[in-house]
Design a binder for this molecule. Structure first.
Ligand code: ADP
Ligand code: MG
Length: 702
């Protein structure tokens, strides 16, 4: 099977390029690369998404609509029908009944071949036709009397694919890879010790792979489709384990590096607290204390602060910043968008500059001379705090003495970027402390897995006096009423958001929808000033509009979901969300968090177009609660995959087989198993990480 018999240097499937397999040339290798498959091992970890049963020939007389089946029969009739669409109809029978094969595209040759008396084997999905059961465009082959025609011995795997790769190629590639393993099972090491396999009731690796690529005819397809088969669980388990181990190692390394001890005066901190127009909530106080203790250690803090929208994370960040500044160090605060960076800048300036702290700012907009000037203040230490965006990651940004990096809404940044920032601050072998803030409520077990390299603080309390946003679910046939509601709110001096949503379609369509809506609303509400923001505007245009809205120059802001994160306009007390049925609960919650920030009673109108039973249930959760954690939990139950962590976050973990939501019940076991491996089988740790994270492991070594 191998082109080169036993290549001694490549004694491991993970190192063996796919081109080692016969029939896989550079063209296919390139296509596979698009799916992240470069080694034979990657190929085997690319699992079928479903299966077909071609193991049995089903008697025509017993067919039911909806089944995918193999049938055999002899052609009785062949006819071309000229209806709305020209089609070739071929009727076959096997004695138990007859069936029509319908082709919309066919050639003269094909028609000439499919004549009375010819025997066929067909595969397709049974549909109910006008007169009889039909197969539309079945796969078929001619049977000759002389030959034996075997049916498939296993279920037929259907692989997720990419352009130019046919299912037949997938089958032959995986066939070859499996055959190679038959000959040399040692090519794929079992890294889970028998002790663990037994304890967690997991089948062996090789057995699992073979099963999933070629399930026996009686395999439980419903379990396979749900990803709940033990063979799938086994692979998911190993993958999650590899991630867990890598994050734990990362955490270990962290704890071994040195960080500046940020333990100085506390006068400025006290002055900042005294100057605030409010008292910190108990939750804020607790988290501030946790951070403060961390900053005084000689190892870098790596802390994730979770707090629902509006829980007051910014002031917590400012208190951390001032501790670093009082200890003679610099602080960088990074936000995912210019808009948010700007907002933080203004908060920080307002709080810190009166205390003599110098706050600078750097975004992609700062160019040339201006940029150089800013960079100089960072490098010579005359700026104490710098607020900005991705621009802060750039190579020429140097600090005099960076002590603390704060990252807001971290899911927009990856682990790598975080680490890059950390490297920046490294002075005399010391790396800055890191504080990461997110508004996405993540259930604890999930957080402990996705962020096993971080400590977790939760601000689980909103400032007092917040009135929950009253939420109503309303059909879009009542749009006129909704519009008059906007009119009266704005006449009373309040402001409103109108959010247009379209998911799974292009950003261009989404912007178009927002533009149309804005035009319509401008026409219906001539007495109001209406603004529009969407993703296709330049950052500076977007920002100007947001600033105008913040300053009260605009009454109504029509927007796409770009306003989802962090924007704070307390005077806005009404939000309309169009087609909320298309969004996940977590996202709706984030959006709704834009209102209810001031003293006025706030309202959110979820204006739906069509509600399924499920969507109704989801929206009623929004009506029933304002608590981000409750909503996240509900989301998990109702929507499952992707929604709670958000694709941005799951994307960070780059899971191939496991799914953090679906396999959540495995997580406690995975954590336990990681401990066992690290303690008793340390030699297995690195190969496991390498197998599943491959090149992405270099960060484990920093
Ligand atoms: P988020 O956690 O969503 O980032 P912010 O930091 O933007 O929340 O805070 C939301 C609003 O609440 C801001 O206007 C902030 O000044 C205010 N705030 C923060 N903490 C308190 C508090 N303890 N009491 C009253 N208001 C507070
Ligand atoms: Mg915020």
């Amino acid at each position: 099977m191998l082109k080169m018999a036993a290549n001694k240097n490549k004694d491991n499937l993970g190192e063996m390029p796919v081109t080692t397999l016969q029939g896989v040339g550079p063209r296919n290798a390139e296509r596979l690369e698009r799916l992240g498959i470069s080694s034979v091992q990657d190929l085997l970890f690319h699992l079928p998404s479903r299966y077909q049963d071609r193991t049995r020939i089903v008697p025509i007389g017993s067919l039911r609509p909806g089944e995918q089946v193999v049938v055999e029969g002899e052609i009785e009739l062949n006819d071309v029908k000229y209806g709305r669409r020209r089609s070739l109809l071929v009727q076959i029978t096997d004695g138990s009944g007859s069936l029509i094969l319908r082709f919309f595209h066919f050639s003269a040759v094909q028609k000439g071949n499919l004549v009375r008396g010819v025997r066929l084997r067909c595969f397709g999905e049974v549909r109910r036709g006008p007169t009889a059961l039909e197969l539309i465009h079945p796969e078929y082959s001619r049977l000759d009397d002389s030959d034996e025609h075997a049916v498939e011995e296993t279920l037929t795997p259907i692989y997720p694919t990419t352009e130019g790769m046919h299912q037949l190629s997938w089958r032959s590639m995986t066939e070859r890879a499996l055959a190679m393993l038959d000959e040399q099972p040692e090519l794929l090491q079992e890294w889970l010790p028998p002790e663990l396999l037994e304890r967690y009731n997991l089948p062996a690796l090789l057995e699992s792979l073979r099963f999933l690529h070629r399930p026996p005819p009686d395999a439980p397809q419903h379990l396979l489709l749900e990803g709940a088969h033990p063979a799938q669980r086994r692979l998911a388990f190993e993958e999650l384990l590899a991630h867990q181990i890598s994050l734990r190692k990362l955490r270990h390394e962290q704890r071994r590096t040195a960080a500046p001890i940020l333990d100085g005066e506390t006068q400025l901190k006290a002055a900042l607290l005294a100057s605030l127009p409010f008292m910190l909530t108990a939750a804020q106080q607790r988290v501030v204390a946790e951070i403060s203790t961390d900053l005084k250690q000689q190892h870098p803090m790596m802390r994730l602060v979770q707090g629902d929208v509006g829980s007051g994370k910014t002031v917590v960040a400012a208190l951390a910043a001032i501790q670093a500044v009082e200890a003679g160090h610099q602080v960088v605060l990074m936000a995912p968008t210019e808009l948010l960076a700007e907002q933080h800048l203004r908060n920080f300036q307002g709080w810190l500059e009166p205390l003599g702290v110098k706050v600078a700012w750097l975004t992609g907009r700062h160019k040339g001379k201006k940029r150089e000037q800013i960079l100089a203040t960072l490098a010579d230490g005359s700026a104490d705090v710098v607020v900005g965006t991705h621009a802060l990651f750039q190579g020429d940004v140097q600090f005099h003495a960076l002590g603390l990096a704060i990252i807001d809404e971290q899911h927009r940044f990856g682990v790598h970027q975080r680490l890059a920032l950390r490297e920046k601050g490294a002075e005399k072998g010391r790396v800055p402390h890191q504080l990461i803030m997110t508004a996405t409520p993540i259930p604890r077990t999930l957080a402990m897995s996705a962020y096993a390299d971080l400590d977790l603080s939760v601000i689980d309390e909103l400032p007092p006096g917040r009135k929950p946003v009253a939420t109503v679910v309303i059909p879009d046939s009542r749009r006129d009423e909704v519009i008059s509601r906007v009119r009266s709110a704005c006449k009373a001096g309040r402001q409103a958001y109108w959010v247009c949503t379209l998911i799974e379609e292009s950003e261009a369509l989404q912007c178009q929808a927002a533009e149309d809506t804005a035009a319509l609303l401008t026409e219906s509400l001539p007495e109001l000033s209406v603004g529009l923001v969407h993703g296709r505007l330049k950052a500076s245009e977007k920002e100007q509009i947001m600033l105008d809205f913040k300053a009260g120059k605009l009454d109504l802001l029509v927007a796409t979901t770009v306003i989802e994160v962090g924007v704070d306009v307390p005077n806005a007390s009404l939000m309309i969300i169009e087609n909320p049925e298309r969004l996940g609960l977590a996202q709706l919650h984030q959006l709704r968090g834009r209102v209810g920030r001031g003293s006025a009673e706030s309202h959110c109108l979820l204006m739906y177009h069509l509600l399924s039973e499920r969507a109704r249930e989801r929206l009623s959760t929004m009506r029933a609660t304002n608590d981000g954690f409750v909503i996240a939990q509900k989301d998990l139950e109702l929507r499952g995959p992707g929604e709670v962590l958000g694709t941005r976050q799951t994307g960070e973990m780059q899971l191939r087989i496991a799914d953090l939501i679906h396999h959540q019940p495995l997580l406690p076991e995975v954590q336990q198993a990681a401990e066992i491996i690290l303690e008793h089988y340390p030699d297995h740790a690195q190969p496991l990480v390498k197998r599943w994270l491959g090149q992405k492991t270099e960060y484990g070594a920093v």
